[in-house]
Write a protein that binds this ligand. Sequence first.
Ligand SMILES: [Mg+2]
Length: 441
Amino acid sequence: MHRRNVLKMAAMAGGPGLFTERAARVEAQVARATRGMPSPKIKDIQVIATAPDGMRLTVVKIFTDQDGLYGYGCGTFTQRAELVNAAVEKYLKPFLLGKPADRIDDIWQACYNSSYWRNGPVLNNAISGVDEALWDIKGRQCGVPVYQLLGGKCREAATCLATTGGRTNGEIIDSIRKLQSEGYRHFRFVGPDPAFFDPFREPAWEQLPVNPAAKLRAIYVLFEEIRKQLGDEPELMTDIHEGITPQQAVQFAKDCEHFRLFFIEDILSPEDLAYFRLIRQQCTTPMAMGELFNSPHEWTPLISERLIDYIRLHVSQAGGITPCRKVAILGEFFGVKTAWHGPPDVSPVGQTAHLHLDLASYSFGIQEYTGFSDRVKEVFSGCPRMDGCYMYANEAPGYGMEVDEKAAAKYPYGTSEPPARRRLNGGWGAARSPDGSVIKM
Ligand SMILES: [Mg+2]
C-alpha cells in the first residue's frame, strides 16, 4: 500500500493515531507477501561422476551464495562422460560463476550461444546438467516441487511403460504377464533379442552381426504371438533402434498396422527423417522418435507437420527442462504427445526431471521407466515412488533429491564394466551387418 493511501485512510478516520498504526501494519503485511526473493548468485559448480550400476552418470551440482541453497541436474552421456564433465568444469563453470541462478531461460540461451557451434551432444548434455540444477534451485528457493514452477499438476502421477525382459518369444510373453500382474499396461520390447541392446553384454556389438530383415521378421512374429496369446488389451510398442533401410521401415509400419500398436520407436534414423512423410501416407501405425535428437531443426518440422505421434527426446541431452517444456507445449498444439527417453543411462535426477515435466504437461503421453537398483538408491535419495505403473513425485521442494557423495565415490567410472567397454572408456563401439559394414544402432 502506498504511503499516500495510508495517509488518506488516516485522514478519513479523523486522525493519524490508531488507524495509522493499523494501516502501517497492513502495509508491512502486503510488502512481505509480495516482495521478490533475493536473487541467488552461482557460487560454485561441481560434477559428481559415479557409476553405481555400471552406467557412467554425470550429476551437476550448483551452489549459490545463499546458505544451503543448491541444486542437482543430470548431464549423463555415458558413452562420452568425461567430455561432458570437462565441458561443465572447464567452460560452463567459469562462464556462469557470479550469474543470478534464478534467470533460468536467460542462462540457457547464454550457454547455448556461448560456444558459437551448438546443437551437439556433449555441450547439450553439459547445458542440461546446469539447466536441471537451476530448476531444482528455484524450487528449493520457493519451497515448492519443480512441477509447481511449470504451472502445477495436470495429473496426479505419470503412467509408465515397462520394457520387457526375455530373449525368446515365450520369455517375452511371460515377462509381459508378470508385468501385467504388477499393474503395467504398456509394454515395449527391443527385439527380437532385447539383450542385444544391453551395453554390458558379451560378446560386444563388434562381434555380433545384425541382419535387419531377419530382425523385422522376428518382431512381426512376436507381435503375432503376443496378440494370439494375450489378446488386444496389452498396449504394445517396439524400438527398432534404426539399422534398417527407409524402404524396410515404410513396409514394416504398413505390415504392423493391423496389430494396433501403441507406437513403433526409432524406425528411421535421424538422417532419414523425410521418410516419415511416406509412412504417414501409407498407414496409421503411430510413430515415436527423438531420443537421438540434438537440435530444434530435427524436432520442430516433425511436430508441426504432424509426422510423428510421440516425441522421445532425451531430456538430459536435449538441453534440460527449459527447451523440453517448450517442446511439450509445441506438441500440445499439434497433437504430438511426450514420451521422454528414460533408459538406465539417465541418473535418478534426470528421471525425476522427466516426472516433473510429465506432471505439468497437458501433452504428456507416456513415460519410459526402468527402475532404480539398491546401489543407485544408496547414492540417490528421494527417488520417485512407483505404485503399479504410476510414478509419483515425492512432493519435496525442487526435485526433493539428495546425492550421497561418499556413496557416489564408492562407484567410480568403470565399476562393473566388462573389459571391452572399459578399454573404450565407457564407449559402446559399433554394430555391424553380416557383411561387416557398420550399421546404425
Ligand atoms: Mg529408442
